[in-house]
Write a protein that binds this ligand. Structure first.
Ligand code: CZF
Ligand code: MG
Length: 195
């Protein structure tokens, strides 16, 4: 089994990477396993820049193959917000419910055809003696009027997946890991890793 670190403290992400990478023969760790490690400041202007910052800092710190994910929700009506500030949209405490309520308030009375949104996931893989590689995956949808479903994390309960007409939080982990922005980014990364 090859050791790999996911440079995240987000348990929702960590679970999804565990689901995706373990069957591929990786022994998956994340930053929740190293509680005294320092946070990497996300000073990038884009998801890709932040993913590179996180992957290279952790790969250097632990000398191991590292994947970092910088991801978020992009809403057209909010000119792309919350974007790279998705985790802390309602404040530094990174409270998912507060983030959801802020978005629902800002989209109050906005008609369905103006609620288009997408999840974006940028992945960077870094490690000793290797070039950092980046990929990006997206998932198109729109913002619901209310929270529906209990699975997943973050904004999943208000993100309706295009063509499925259910929220991400109504999908099982297996279903989400087939169609999500993270799954789409991982598919691109896998084909690069296997090439
Ligand atoms: O409903 C969601 N389903 C998803 O699948 C998803 N993926 C990302 N997000 C949102 O975007 C932020 C990432 O911000 P982010 O990439 O900076 O991560 P984070 O700060 O939570 O942890 P870390 O990986 O940086 O340690 C997260 O907190 C969430 O709010 C999601 N929301
Ligand atoms: Mg973050």
């Amino acid at each position: 089994m090859t050791d790999i670190i996911i440079a995240t403290k987000n348990s929702g992400k960590a679970k999804e990477f565990q689901h995706i990478l373990k069957p591929l023969g990786y022994n998956v760790h994340c930053l929740l396993d190293f509680p005294d490690g320092e946070d990497v400041e996300e000073t990038g202007q884009t998801f890709i820049e932040n993913a590179i910052l996180k992957a290279e800092a952790i790969a250097k710190q632990y000398g191991k193959l590292t994947i970092a994910d910088d991801s978020g929700l992009v809403i057209d009506y909010l000119n792309g917000a919350p974007g790279i500030f998705s985790a802390r949209y309602a404040g530094l405490e990174k409270n998912d419910l507060a983030n959801i309520n802020k978005v629902l308030n800002e989209l109050a009375n906005v008609p369905k055809d103006e609620r288009a949104a997408r999840f974006i996931c940028a992945l960077a893989i870094a490690g000793p003696a290797r070039e950092t590689i980046t990929v990006e995956g997206t998932c198109e949808g729109y913002i619901a009027d209310e929270m529906i479903g209990t699975s997943g994390f973050g904004y999943d309960p208000i993100f309706v997946v295009k063509d499925l007409d259910v929220t991400m939080a109504q999908l099982s982990p297996e279903q989400k890991n087939k169609i999500s922005h993270r799954a789409n980014a991982m598919k691109k990364l896998e084909s690069i890793l296997n090439s």
